[in-house]
Ligand binder design. Structure first.
Ligand code: ATP
Length: 346
């Protein structure tokens, strides 16, 4: 275990930015903190860094309680969204800065700093730009310098706060792949903040989904995409469709109709969630979710269909093969292949 966040609460002027957050980060993992604006991602990152102190709870680095340790003592490397490079320093001096300001005994010689810095610049594919100033670099290049600078101190943990947030979509995509490659080579324990689900799913070993100061789910990209454990995760990651249902003796009911879907949940009202693309079209309407097509449009290789569910005013969207006629006004019936029901209060 590299970092353990244990029961952390953080209040700013009585405003709870994080409630009882616990998270274990393994050595060498690439972790994404994913959530909407204000969900507490940056606060959690800053707590791990030592830039904030918890109101309650603790942060451990290995077995050691790091809660009272400074940023320097924790030995973390940072990259922020807005490149915080020193404008008056060349690229190579920027990379070597963290080593140069180390206290006496730990400070490598000038030659050693230069050697390590140019090695790192080579590593982030910026050889040849050593003598440039930040203003003479593109946004993507600056972020690569920032990453080289963060790695120069050989941090125990690398913390990246929306590192590609200020870049355009194309550069962002390139840097994403590049970061993954760099991580695979260095195996630095890395935590990065993003509100972009694609970025989190593509890059991370595990995704921490946050909402309103709480962790909603922690899992591999496949787990959080295929098995969301809350309505929030269903809606925030990928697309979801939902319908009001009830559970009666272990069977899901839509209105009075018993569907061919079993649940172990207690009887009561609930909401059925599924992915619009993850459905099977079926003949007949018995035990199916059946309705009338009210909108049908082709989207690339598939067709998006909106159905008004029989006997209700509910509407639901599903995705079916593009060659299906699905004419407006025609009946259609389906069942989701994977789904979850959450209690109404969830
Ligand atoms: P974003 O994606 O917009 O950066 P976030 O998920 O990183 O959002 P945080 O920056 O961690 O969210 O903020 C969580 C909550 O705590 C927000 O409501 C924010 O307004 C509040 N907050 C954060 N820092 C402070 C502070 N220094 N003082 C007061 N409130 C703060």
């Amino acid at each position: 275990m590299e970092v353990r966040v244990s029961g952390v609460r953080k209040e700013f002027d009585r405003f709870p930015a994080l409630h009882d957050v616990s998270l274990d980060i393994n050595s060498g993992e690439l972790i994404a903190l994913l959530g909407p604006s204000g969900s507490g991602k940056t606060t959690l990152l800053r707590l791990i860094a030592g830039l904030e102190t918890p109101t309650d709870g603790k942060v451990f680095f290995g077995d050691e309680d790091a809660s009272l340790k400074s940023v320097q003592e924790r030995n973390v490397g940072f990259v922020f969204q807005h490149y915080a490079l020193f404008r008056h320093m060349t690229v190579i001096d920027n990379v070597g800065f963290g080593l140069k300001v180390r206290p006496g005994a730990n400070r490598p010689s000038k030659e050693e700093i230069r050697r390590r810095s140019s090695e790192l610049l080579d590593f982030v594919q910026l050889s040849g730009l050593e003598k440039r100033y930040p203003a003479q670099l593109s946004g993507g290049q600056r972020q690569r310098v920032a990453l080289a600078r963060a790695m120069a101190i050989e941090p125990r943990v690398l913390l990246l706060d929306e590192p590609f947030g200020a870049l355009d979509a194309k550069v962002r995509k390139e840097l994403r792949r590049w970061l993954r490659e760099i991580h695979d080579k260095t195996q630095h324990t890395t935590v990065f903040v993003t509100h972009d689900q694609d970025e989190a799913l593509e890059l991370a070993d595990r995704v921490v989904v946050m909402s309103q100061g709480k962790i909603e789910q922690v899992g591999t990209p496949d787990e959080v995409y295929d098995r969301p454990n809350s309505p929030f995760v269903y809606s925030f990651i990928g697309e979801s469709s939902s319908l009001d249902v009830s559970i009666q003796s272990g069977t899901i009911h839509l209105g009075d109709k018993a569907l061919d879907l079993k649940s172990e949940q207690a009887d009561g009202k609930g909401v059925l969630y599924f992915r619009p693309h993850d459905v099977e079209l079926l003949g007949g309407s018995e035990a199916r979710i059946s309705g009338v097509v009210i909108a049908s449009r082709r989207v690339g290789a598939t067709r998006r269909v909106e159905l008004e569910i029989d006997g209700t005013e509910s509407r639901v969207e599903i995705e079916i093969p593009a060659d299906h006629p699905a004419k407006v006004g025609s009946p259609l019936a389906f069942l989701p292949k994977h789904w979850r029901v959450f209690g109404k209060s969830a």
